[in-house]
Design a binder for this molecule. Structure first.
Ligand code: ZN
Length: 253
């Protein structure tokens, strides 16, 4: 059994074996190699194109036009705080569109916090408690996005599955993405290890009314109160807290 690999990794492996300049056809010619990893995938060509776009956005390759590409020799993915809101234009729900946009940004820009893997793989949308997974160490991450700043409580998904995850010790780590839609930019991103989110922090909300479409469904709130010291700042492009800056300044003597 092959180790699971993301499409991006597979495409990158293939192009690393190709000449410095190559064509889309050169990549597509390795169909059998992709089919070995994803035998059931009926969308190999689409996946190749999508992966090439991601590799371009991350600075690994450059598009030369007319289906020709060039390897840039980059080793690390380029980080971009900008997200592409156009990918979710077809969603009428603003919250849903923002979720899709930020998940895509996260998939392109986040990396595993627990090991040296530079990419995370998106889990199927029906995965109950997590969005992204590291294929190297199996760490899982749940991305939460907010237009503006987060308070100390997050809106979680279904209550019971989350409680079960806590009890089973399989809580994903949370990645909190604060964005500004005026500029399509991610402003702050913080990571909170899942092991700090215990049962007392999962607060049930009222079950939906019998008249609701999903009658009886219970959502939850996740309290992050008091966890400031166990957060790791991943993105911090904006000005930092001035008191902290002054303290650091004072310490310079
Ligand atoms: Zn990892």
């Amino acid at each position: 059994m092959n180790r699971p690999m993301t499409w991006k990794t597979l495409v990158r492996e293939v192009i690393d074996d190709l000449p410095h300049t190559f064509t889309l056809r050169d990549v597509e010619a390795r169909r059998d190699y992709f089919a070995k990893h994803y035998p059931d995938n009926r969308f190999i060509e689409a996946k190749i194109r999508q992966s090439l776009q991601i590799l371009r956005d991350q600075g690994f390759i450059a598009f030369l036009g007319s289906g020709r590409y060039e390897r840039t020799g980059a080793v690390q993915p380029l980080f971009s705080p900008f997200f592409d809101a156009s990918i979710a234009e077809r969603y009428t729900s603003k919250a849903r569109a923002a979720g899709i946009t930020i998940e895509t940004w996260a998939e392109h820009n986040l990396y595993c916090l627990s090991c040296s893997a530079d990419e995370l793989s998106r889990l199927p949308t029906n995965a109950i408690v997590a969005d992204l997974e590291c294929l190297a160490c199996n760490s899982r991450y749940q991305v939460k996005a907010k237009n503006g700043r987060f308070g100390t409580a997050l809106t979680g998904a279904a209550y019971e599955p989350l409680l079960q995850a806590v009890r089973a010790g399989t809580m994903p780590s949370y990645v909190l993405v604060e964005y500004d839609p005026r500029f399509n930019i991610v402003v702050f991103v913080e990571g909170v290890p899942g092991r700090y989110i215990d049962e007392t922090r999962i607060l049930s909300r009222k079950p939906l009314k019998p008249t609701a479409r999903r009658a009886g469904w219970r959502g939850c709130t996740i309290s992050l109160a008091g966890l400031q010291n166990v957060k790791v700042r991943i993105v911090e492009p904006a000005g930092r807290d001035r008191l902290t800056v002054r303290e650091e300044w004072q310490r310079l003597g």
